[in-house]
Design a protein around this ligand. Structure first.
Ligand code: PHB
Length: 359
């Protein structure tokens, strides 16, 4: 049978109303000490028509709050406050996962709570600059190379965060292993020069994220754990193509053995052919659900489904200005324009003030 964007879909043990996924989007609205709030609940409730919402990158640790005003999920208070968002989505019949994102070296001490530390697999700074609360743009600092104890502790933080997410009513969690954040920093040789069992060989560089995945599965079950990866995105530019290919083939084989509910492939950066070749390999290796994300339109999404390149398609930026994106696709209504202003604002402007389409 041909797949269609508007099909129902069974993801693990939950039913999605379509194959249209809202991608995780950093929106920086947790403006009071990284606490989730009612404004965020309004925003997610407005978008409950998505087949599945994957809520924004949320830190499992004080050390992972590298960007300004991103939310946390590492205390009981966080879990209690996130319930407003999960309720807002469930009341409208929607489904919602939470993306767990530890920024690692993509951070600045000015953005972290007191006593938190900018950590990385090795003491190698990310090139470029980061926005801070008080100091404007700053060069990325050199992270503290994690001790073995810190590695174990961070893995435990991810696992506890997954447990708290389920307590908060999320239908599952997504491990953010893409775009140069901490699990990706372990995988990539440009950021990981460790000589212990978490660095060096492919197996060693993948160990950090695989231990997180295994631990989460033990706690909340494989049907509630997905992962996002982004081979050949900008974070991999310094790596040899053959290393990237071999690494992600191995990682996907292991993820398949673990039986994670989905692999979410994200395309950011250059649309190089080698990236899409590897996506095909990953599709063949991973027997569970595959989500693709990156610059899709309704038409290219339908084509990808028809060609069986994926099971689900995620849309990011179009969900910002179109809370009713699924209806607009269904009825061929025009899309509201993308307006970068407000993407990372601190108020409801450009966040919850996009109306649904009216004829
Ligand atoms: C961003 O804030 O630009 C951002 C955050 C998380 C991602 C990608 C981009 O995975």
């Amino acid at each position: 049978m041909n797949k269609d964007l508007f099909d129902n879909f069974t993801l693990g043990k939950i039913e999605l109303s379509s194959r249209i996924i809202m991608a995780p989007l950093t929106r920086c609205r947790a403006i009071n000490h990284n606490l989730p709030n009612e404004l965020m609940a309004t925003y997610y409730g407005q978008r409950a028509g998505a087949g599945l919402i994957i809520a924004e990158g949320t830190s499992p640790s004080p050390n992972g709050l590298g960007y300004t005003n991103i939310p946390g999920m590492y205390t009981e208070e966080h879990a209690a406050l996130w319930k407003a968002s999960t309720n807002a989505v469930h009341e409208k019949g929607g489904k919602i996962f939470l993306q767990l994102m530890h920024t690692g070296r993509v951070a600045h001490s000015d953005n972290l709570p007191k006593n938190a530390v900018v950590l990385g697999p090795s003491a190698i700074p990310q090139p470029g600059e980061i926005s801070t609360y008080n100091l404007g743009k700053q060069p990325y600092p050199t992270p503290k190379a994690m001790t073995k104890e810190e590695v174990k502790q961070t893995i435990a933080e991810f696992i506890r965060s997954a447990k708290l997410s389920i307590e908060a009513g999320f239908d599952g969690v997504e491990i953010h292993c893409a775009h140069g954040y901490l699990p990706n920093q372990f995988i990539n040789t440009a950021s990981n020069q460790r000589t212990d069992e978490y660095g060096g060989s492919i197996e060693n560089r993948c160990r950090f994220v695989l231990e997180i995945a295994q631990g989460m599965i033990n706690e909340i079950g494989a049907s509630k754990v997905g992962i996002r990866i982004s081979p050949f995105s900008y974070a991999d530019t310094e790596e040899d193509a053959s290393i990237v290919q071999a690494t992600y083939r191995y990682l996907t084989e292991e993820l398949n053995k673990l039986g994670l509910v989905y692999v979410h492939l994200s395309h950011m950066g250059e649309p190089v052919p080698v990236k899409f070749e590897l996506w095909k390999n990953i599709r063949e290796i991973f027997k569970g659900t595959l989500i693709l994300c990156g610059d899709f339109t309704k038409e290219t999404a339908q084509t990808a489904l028809l060609k069986n390149q994926a099971d689900l398609i995620a849309f990011g930026r179009d969900f910002i200005a179109n809370p009713d994106l699924v209806l607009r696709f269904q009825h061929n209504w025009p899309l509201a324009e993308r307006n970068r202003k407000g993407w990372y604002g601190t108020s409801s402007k450009g966040y919850t003030d996009y109306p649904p389409f009216t004829q």
